[in-house]
Design a protein around this ligand. Structure first.
Ligand code: ZN
Length: 363
């Protein structure tokens, strides 16, 4: 029994090291130039009201279904002139999406604490001496916005994007993961492409009790995705108290588990995992991405360990260094970035819409 305990102990140490490396790689990525540039760009998009987000999503989906845009989800949405200011042009034949823009008017008062004292100023009218001026929303008017996919021009500064795994999956990994998913009373479903699962690689549906993975990617990427979804199944049932947390934390956990299980099989998922985890970790407000990743360490290690225990696949034993590279993924060249187009920001690879469609930045 001692040897078994010892093996467990060794693996625990290794998983711990692996998690520290992941944290380090996230730190390196999010402090890099590409990342900062992308955040700065995203910050130029104003937030919109919930109603407008719904209007944009509905109109974009319609445009996608009619073949007018190539990406199923809107990403960066802005008005005609805003796009021009960002060095991009709305393409011919793109009607844009109608939203309701707030109409603001100026009000002046000599006695601001008295709500009755405010009077509306006409266009160009100056306040009297001693009056305070405030702008208030007085109504709304239709306005048009366009998603980035309806525009051309200067490239969008993307954060380094997850790169799908290539090649064969480790022998028996897929089947072993399916057994565990089925043991949790979920069914594994395979679909032909991402359009059937909201632009994702995989999806876990707690209501339908299904785990869906798209099949038009390499076996290694499919197995990694299945493991990510198994982690959701084990950790994120919305009926469990401790599973209710920010979506970003859930994604960080699921993908970190996938990295560890992959690593134990000699798969290096870091080109996918590091940008994915960084993206989601940076959406958790009020915390630095690295803190978010660190805080998940224990849950992630436990879950990965338990998944590995139940697999009868050939796993790396002692002496094999964890495969996660110390360095962040190499910086993308413009040529490579170009090669990834037309998708401006590969939604499909960032999103694995397992619960709801979360509006992306810029909306
Ligand atoms: Zn997920």
């Amino acid at each position: 029994m001692a040897t078994r305990d010892q093996a467990h102990q060794e693996r625990e140490t290794k998983l711990h090291e692996l998690h520290e490396k992941l944290t380090g790689a996230v730190e390196q990525l999010v402090s890099g130039e590409d990342w900062t540039e992308a955040l700065r760009f995203a910050a130029r998009f104003r937030s919109r009201s919930f109603n407008n987000v719904l209007l944009i999503w509905a109109a974009h989906l319609e445009a996608f279904e009619q073949g007018r845009v190539h990406a199923p989800f809107p990403t960066y949405v802005a008005g005609y002139r805003q796009w021009q200011q960002l060095g991009r042009q709305v393409m011919k034949g793109q009607p844009g999406y109608r939203i309701f823009a707030p109409v603001k008017a100026r009000f002046a008062s000599a006695n601001p604490s008295d709500p009755e004292s405010w009077r509306r100023l006409n266009r160009g009218e100056k306040p009297r001496a001693g009056e305070v001026v405030r702008r208030k929303i007085v109504g709304s008017k239709p306005a048009y916005v366009w998603d980035v996919s309806s525009t051309t021009g200067n490239p969008i500064p993307d954060p380094p994007a997850p790169r799908l795994l290539e090649g064969k999956a480790p022998a028996g990994l897929w089947d072993g993961l399916v057994v565990q998913i089925e043991a949790a009373s979920f069914t594994v479903v395979r679909v032909a492409n991402k359009n059937m699962i909201r632009g994702a690689n995989g999806m876990t549906d707690f209501a339908a009790k299904t785990v869906t993975v798209r099949t038009n990617m390499d076996d290694a990427a499919q197995a990694k995705t299945l493991c990510h979804e198994l982690a959701h199944v084990l950790l994120h049932n919305p009926e469990n108290e401790d599973a209710r947390q920010h979506r970003g934390i859930g994604e960080v956990e699921a993908e970190s588990v996938a990295l560890m299980v992959g690593a134990a099989h000699g798969m290096d998922t870091s080109d996918y995992t590091v940008p994915y985890v960084s993206t989601w970790a940076s959406r958790v407000s009020g915390k630095e991405p690295v803190e978010v990743v660190k805080a998940t360490g224990e849950r992630v290690r436990k879950t990965a360990g338990s998944i590995l225990d139940q697999l009868d696949t050939a796993q790396l034993s002692d002496g094999t260094p964890p495969v996660l590279a110390q360095t962040a993924p190499e910086r993308e060249t413009p040529a490579r970035r170009q090669a990834r187009r037309p998708s401006p920001r590969p939604e499909s690879e960032v999103r694995d819409a397992h619960t709801t469609t979360t509006p992306e930045w810029g909306l």
